[in-house]
Design a protein around this ligand. Structure first.
Ligand SMILES: *[C@@H]1O[C@H](CO)[C@@H](O)[C@H](O)[C@H]1NC(C)=O
Ligand SMILES: *[C@@H]1O[C@H](CO)[C@@H](O)[C@H](O)[C@H]1NC(C)=O
Ligand SMILES: *[C@@H]1O[C@H](CO)[C@@H](O)[C@H](O)[C@H]1NC(C)=O
Ligand SMILES: *[C@@H]1O[C@H](CO)[C@@H](O)[C@H](O)[C@H]1NC(C)=O
Ligand SMILES: *[C@@H]1O[C@H](CO)[C@@H](O)[C@H](O)[C@H]1NC(C)=O
Ligand SMILES: *[C@@H]1O[C@H](CO)[C@@H](O)[C@H](O)[C@H]1NC(C)=O
Ligand SMILES: *[C@@H]1O[C@H](CO)[C@@H](O)[C@H](O)[C@H]1NC(C)=O
Length: 820
């Protein structure tokens, strides 16, 4: 009794944590997120959570972005001491418990951006000693609060804060922040700034500032901010500026004074006047990189007033996504010689450029890199831009005119022939649909990109000097051109049925063949490439034959020089049907499927052998014989039964005294001795000689014998005859001899009679031994005969004449036997 109690107590104790765990789960109603991968990264974004879900303590990163979480409680993240990254971006967080992050000792990245936090609490971060990235952007707080949030975050390298509601930045707000790789401040509505607030952060990697309001209404404040973050080595990115008003560019003077080298403007608008102002303000600054993106240009491009400025150091000018408001009034940059003379790299991308006049091209004397992609250049205007093939742009090495509505490949090849230093030509995403049979190219051309055009075939137009050739996403079905220097060949997204032959590309190292209609590839194909190292051939219509699957799986184990460098889940079987959709790397083919011919021949051979063995065995056991006989017997018996039903008088059936079963070889004896003796001889005449034949007297009974030779009905199956003969005879005389044993018919007769005897239950068999025949001489299979021989007394045919009457008498007695 006592033991039982303590046992159940132990059980209860064991269960207690379990029960409690369930209770917490159920009581809290906290949802669970199990979307963790094997790197222990849990991605619970876009799941509609309204509170922090339960996640394994082992998680290293936890992505809770894009949910509807409103608060983080004290317990929500308890125990996550291994967590390195926590992303709460884009929730509706309005409240975080001061101790919510206390156990996150290992946290390196924390993202609280795009939430509803009205106040920031320094206590949140007090235990996050090794935090490196902190994102507090776009929350409705108006100040960072004091004491500084960031005291103690000595490892902090990326800091992002601010939002539409940030009004003030005090001197102490970013105390503790020392060195940053990246600082982003959204302060479009900043109204108050203590000079020097951001000035203590040094070294400072990259600064992104949104200062819409200050630039528009409080240039002093904007200048103060810029002064604090401008260093020669620090790239400055300014966003959301409206630079259309008078004086609006003055804050840049601070940056110019600090001799900044890299400046980017994003999401801004600029007028002619302010751009000229800008050029004047920055005059003398060793600006080398000017990046302008998402800009609205108001004006006509009349910037020549600034032609006295000095921009000798400008190296790269990048303009993307510019919208020119008055596009038809916009002048060519003809008067901008002072600007165009120096840069080595110019990109004007997606700006609606439809022509670059030849005169402008002539100004770009130092240009090495020109990117005019995603514009409106046509064959006609392209010819003007490259001065109809006359030698301009002599230093140009890279020309990118990708994404323009160009149609003639032979024209562009003609236009670039005189760009004697050109190594890279990108004419991807154009409308080229055919290739002339021959072209002229600069001999220096190494890189040619004609991807995403509409080519259906390739010709020897392609120069032999190429080292990188991109023909992906065209309509090609084959490719074979001698390109002895080619190192990289991109053929994805075409209609190839197989790998191209490797011989024309003796130096090829990289080949991409994704998204084609490849069925399979194998070692011989790969070996035809002498130097191939990387192959990407996923997303094709693979036929998963044994050869291919084996080759692929061994290739994966890095046997061979060629590595498949794309994702393995791109290699999917397309056929056979039962393997469709399975990864080639995981297909397991059976031996049967893989060695079908061998398998079939071996199994057929084995089946044949077994069959043969079985036949031999059956033959040895005389099974066929027994079967044949049983069948015959059954058949015969049925027909005899029918007969018997027909004749009602059963006695009438017994029309013979005896059926004589004998071998044909013993016919002489039967005809010469047995018949005369039994059929023709009266009982009294005991003589057995043929010579004396007294006629039958009515008193002396002779026997009627059934002999197959004489009494069988012609036209009936012999089996039926035998059967009915036996049935219609009272007895069966077996004339046994070596011959008998060897005769098939006799065997049937013997066996039928056995069945019959068995049925009749009588002692109906009479055995006559014509010659001495020991039971042991009878083959074993004649078990019936052997049984008969041992159970029935048999009569031996005496060789001596004088003993024969005795024999006949015994025979007659036996024949008469039961009748008496
Ligand atoms: C989590 O999944 C979303 C898409 O559902 C994806 O955008 C995001 O990058 C993923 N986060 C991580 C950390 O992989
Ligand atoms: C958050 O809730 C709002 C309605 O309250 C809903 O419209 C939105 O789809 C939810 N967001 C997510 C990510 O579930
Ligand atoms: C671009 O700047 C304007 C202010 O000039 C701002 O309202 C808008 O949100 C900005 N757009 C983006 C995509 O940042
Ligand atoms: C820029 O500011 C001017 C006033 O200085 C205003 O007229 C214009 O609409 C503003 N542009 C944008 C894009 O905000
Ligand atoms: C600048 O432009 C004016 C006309 O606007 C011209 O007279 C002057 O020569 C130009 N100066 C330089 C250095 O190009
Ligand atoms: C050409 O421009 C396109 C689109 O801007 C870019 O994807 C491609 O890499 C550029 N090509 C070169 C050679 O820089
Ligand atoms: C060829 O151009 C396409 C589209 O501009 C680009 O995606 C691809 O990366 C380029 N190919 C190479 C080899 O740079």
């Amino acid at each position: 009794m006592r033991r039982l109690t303590s046992g159940s107590l132990a059980l209860l104790l064991l269960l207690a944590p379990l029960i409690r765990g369930q209770k917490v789960d159920g009581g809290d109603g906290r949802p669970t997120c199990r979307r963790c991968d094997r790197h222990r990264c849990c991605n619970c974004s876009y799941s509609g959570f309204t509170s922090v879900p339960m996640v394994t303590d082992q998680a290293l990163s936890l992505d809770l972005s894009f949910n509807n979480i409103t608060m983080v409680t004290q317990d929500d993240l308890m125990g996550h001491s291994q967590l390195r990254a926590l992303d709460l971006h884009a929730n509706r967080l309005a409240e975080i418990h001061p101790s919510a992050f206390d156990s996150l000792w290992s946290l390196e990245e924390l993202d609280l951006s795009d939430n509803q936090l009205k106040f920031l609490n320094p206590k949140w971060l007090k235990n996050l000693a090794i935090l490196e990235h902190l994102n507090l952007l776009n929350n409705p707080y108006s100040c960072l609060g004091s004491p500084s949030m960031f005291l103690g975050l000595v490892r902090l390298r990326r800091l992002m804060f601010g939002g539409p509601d940030l009004k003030e930045l005090r001197r102490t707000d970013v105390f503790g922040v020392t060195e940053l790789e990246d600082l982003t401040v959204h302060a479009n509505n900043l109204a108050s700034y203590d000079s020097g607030t951001l000035g203590d952060i040094w070294p400072l990697g990259r600064v992104t500032l949104s200062l819409h309001g200050p630039f528009l209404t409080n240039v002093a404040l904007a200048a103060a901010v810029l002064a604090d973050v401008s260093y020669p080595e620090t790239p400055i990115i300014l966003q959301d500026l409206n630079l259309t008003g008078r004086q609006s560019v003055q804050p840049f003077r601070e940056s110019a004074n600090k001799r900044i080298r890299s400046l980017s403007l994003r999401n801004s608008s600029v007028s002619d006047a302010s751009f000229v102002d800008f050029l004047m303000v920055m005059n003398g600054d060793p600006l080398s990189y000017l990046h302008v993106e998402d800009i609205t240009l108001k004006g006509e491009g009349r910037w020549e007033k600034a032609n006295k400025t000095d921009y000798k150091s400008i190296d790269e000018f990048f303009l993307r996504n510019a919208v020119v408001v008055d596009v038809y009034k916009f002048t060519a940059f003809l008067q901008l010689g002072f600007l165009l003379y120096y840069p080595r790299k110019v990109s004007v991308i997606n700006c609606g450029v439809f022509v670059m006049p030849c005169d402008t091209a002539k100004l770009l004397v130092n240009l090495q890199y020109l990117d005019l992609s995603d514009n409106l250049l046509t064959d006609l205007t392209m010819a003007e831009s490259l001065c109809h093939g006359a030698p301009t742009l002599k230093e140009l090495r890279v020309l990118n005119i990708s994404g323009n509505p160009l149609k003639s490949l032979s024209l562009i090849s003609h236009l670039v022939t005189n760009l004697l230093k050109l190594t890279h030509l990108d004419v991807s995403r154009t409308l080229y649909s055919s290739m002339p049979s021959s072209c002229s190219w600069p001999s220096t051309l190494k890189y040619l990109n004609i991807s995403r055009a509409k080519l259906t075939a390739t010709t020897s137009c392609l120069p032999r000097s190429l080292e990188v050739l991109d023909l992906s996403y065209n309509d090609l079905k084959g490719f074979s051109l001698d390109l002895p220097l080619l190192r990289e060949l991109y053929l994805s997204g075409n209609k190839f049925l197989g790998l191209p032959a490797g011989q024309p590309f003796p130096n090829l190292q990289t080949l991409t063949m994704q998204f084609n209609t490849l069925n399979m590839f194998g070692l011989p194909e790969l070996q035809s490439f002498r130097r191939l190292e990387n192959l990407q051939a996923g997303y094709n219509k693979f036929i998963c034959t044994c050869g291919f699957v084996n080759f692929f799986q061994s290739q994966l184990k890095q046997k061979g020089n060629v590595k498949l460098t794309d994702r393995k889940d791109g290699y999917v079987c397309d056929s056979p049907l039962h393997l469709q959709g399975e990864l080639v790397s995981q297909v397991r083919l059976s031996v049967e499927a893989c060695h079908r011919v061998l398998f079939v021949s071996v199994s057929c051979g084995a089946a044949l052998l077994v069959g043969l063995l079985l036949c031999v065995l059956l033959w040895r056991l005389h099974v066929f014989w027994y079967l044949k006989m049983t069948w015959a017997w059954l058949k015969a018996k049925r027909s005899s039964q029918k007969q018997r039903r027909d004749t009602t008088d059963s006695e009438a059936l017994l029309s013979f005294d005896a059926f004589v079963s004998y071998s044909e070889r013993d016919a002489g004896w039967v005809e010469n001795f047995l018949i005369p003796e039994l059929e023709e001889q009266s009982e009294d005449g005991s003589s057995s000689t043929n010579s004396s034949r007294p006629s039958n007297t009515s008193s002396s009974r002779s026997f009627s014998l059934c002999l197959h030779k004489r009494d069988f009905l012609p036209g009936q199956p012999i089996m039926d005859n035998i059967m009915s003969a036996i049935e219609r005879s009272r007895r069966t005389i077996f004339v046994l001899s070596e011959n008998f044993v060897q005769s098939d018919w006799c065997r049937y007769e013997l066996d039928f009679s056995h069945f019959w005897l068995f049925e009749a239950g009588g002692d109906a068999a009479i055995l006559i031994l014509l010659e001495p025949l020991s039971k042991d001489n009878v083959p074993k299979r004649f078990c019936k005969l052997r049984k008969l021989m041992s159970s029935t007394t048999y009569l031996e045919w005496p060789q001596e004449e004088e003993r024969r009457p005795e024999f006949w008498r015994s025979l007659r007695n036996a024949l008469r036997g039961d009748n008496d």
